[in-house]
Design a protein around this ligand. Structure first.
Ligand code: HEC
Length: 122
């Protein structure tokens, strides 16, 4: 499994780099690094599609996507969720949560994470 681990590390490094780059952009809009970008209605719809396509809802509750999965923590009313935390979980997984870093591009993970941050019940 050594090559896979290496690949995941590289994917994580890529994400860190992306975060740094987008901070440069965000600085102009007085956003901080850890905040999710605001999504348009179209981007929200695309995030919802991705959430369904990747079967996140088979394990997670998220009312916006009509997801009722009983295996992982609910993504509604979840105090853990920060943008960076969500990006990291999707990219790297944890326990029974599979890593998606090898299958989704950094931008897709960023968009999916922003979608979750924007629609999840607080
Ligand atoms: C096979 C079931 C399964 C699938 C599929 C799955 N997850 Fe998870 N997810 C989990 C489990 C279990 C955890 C808890 C991991 C832990 O902390 O041990 C988790 C944790 C998370 C967390 C952190 C929540 C918290 O409170 O710790 C987020 C965010 C998340 N998943 C998003 C997603 C997204 C987005 C997808 C689809 C791309 C997805 N998950 C697909 C099982 C799954």
């Amino acid at each position: 499994m050594a090559p896979l681990r290496l690949h995941l590390k590289m994917a994580a490094a890529g994400l860190a780099l992306t975060a740094t780059v987008s901070t440069g952009f965000a600085a102009n809009e007085t956003e901080t690094e850890a905040e999710a970008p605001q999504l348009s209605e179209e981007q929200i719809a695309a995030g919802r599609d991705m959430f369904r396509t990747w079967s996140c809802g088979s394990c997670h509750v998220l009312a916006d996507a009509k997801a009722m999965g009983p295996i992982g923590p609910s993504l509604d009313n979840n105090p853990n969720l920060t943008y960076e935390f969500v990006v990291n979980r999707i990219a790297n997984g944890q326990g029974a949560m599979p890593p998606y870093g090898g299958q989704l591009k950094d931008e897709q993970i960023a968009q999916l994470s922003a979608y979750i941050m924007q629609v999840s019940k607080k």
